[in-house]
Design a protein around this ligand. Structure first.
Ligand SMILES: [Zn+2]
Length: 226
């Protein structure tokens, strides 16, 4: 896949963050690994979504250093780069402060698996990662260490927001969309009572069917199966 194609895909996927209401102003970003290279493409820092073009996307190495681009890379680049260095199976990373999911992060509370759609996509709860300051490797390490113990492609970083991973950037965007959707539904359920948990064996069966049987195999969108 050419670098130009990756730039275009990453640019177009940012529009999905806007379309699904996951971002305000410039607070959210998508990156993709460049296949076969130790490179990633990520959003430029501080540029509005409506101003993004494929050419404005920034190319970095997997230590987060600028390789090509007219702008500085996203301030979350170190976190994305850490994930790519430590998870060779990951081809895309997304970060948002989407409202309902971030409310769970603010409480430091995992979203419990109380919907079949959660079992399908996340294989269990959406876990909470540690509090971490932006800049160094702390956020990236928190993402990788938290997701190591879960089937979920999403983690709620405490007091911060959502990071999702996928085999492709599109799969990571889908996980970010689904994270906000179920965070909102479970929030509403909790507002009126106590949601009913799903038995572990049923979660396993739902997850297995959705990840391995459901949908058009020829057009798989790259969800991670572990
Ligand atoms: Zn953030």
């Amino acid at each position: 896949m050419s670098l130009q194609l990756v730039r275009r895909q990453v640019c177009e996927l940012h529009a999905e963050l806007v379309r699904y209401g996951l971002v305000v102003w410039t607070a959210g970003n998508v990156s993709a690994r460049v296949p076969g290279e130790d490179l990633m493409v990520i959003k430029p820092s501080g540029v509005g979504y409506e101003e993004l073009t494929p050419e404005a996307m920034v190319v970095c190495d997997l230590d987060g250093n600028l390789v090509a681009g007219d702008y500085a890379p996203s301030s979350d680049t170190a976190a994305h780069a850490y994930v790519y260095r430590h998870r060779p199976d990951v081809g895309g990373v997304v970060h948002t402060h989407s409202t309902y999911a971030s409310a769970w992060a603010a409480r430091g509370e995992p979203v419990p698996c109380v919907l079949t759609a959660m079992a399908d996509e996340f294989g269990g709860e959406i876990p909470v990662g540690p509090f971490a300051l932006i800049g160094g490797d702390d956020i990236g390490r928190g993402i990788v260490e938290t997701l190591d113990g879960h089937r979920s492609p999403a983690v709620l970083m405490r007091n911060h927001g959502v990071f999702t991973i996928g085999r492709t950037a599109k799969a990571a965007v889908k996980a970010a969309v689904m994270t906000e959707d179920v965070a909102r539904t479970v929030h509403l359920a909790r507002a009126y009572g106590e949601p009913v948990p799903i038995d572990g064996k049923d979660v396993d069966a739902l997850y297995d069917r959705y990840q391995n049987v459901y949908g058009q195999r020829s057009t798989t969108d790259g969800a991670i199966v572990r």
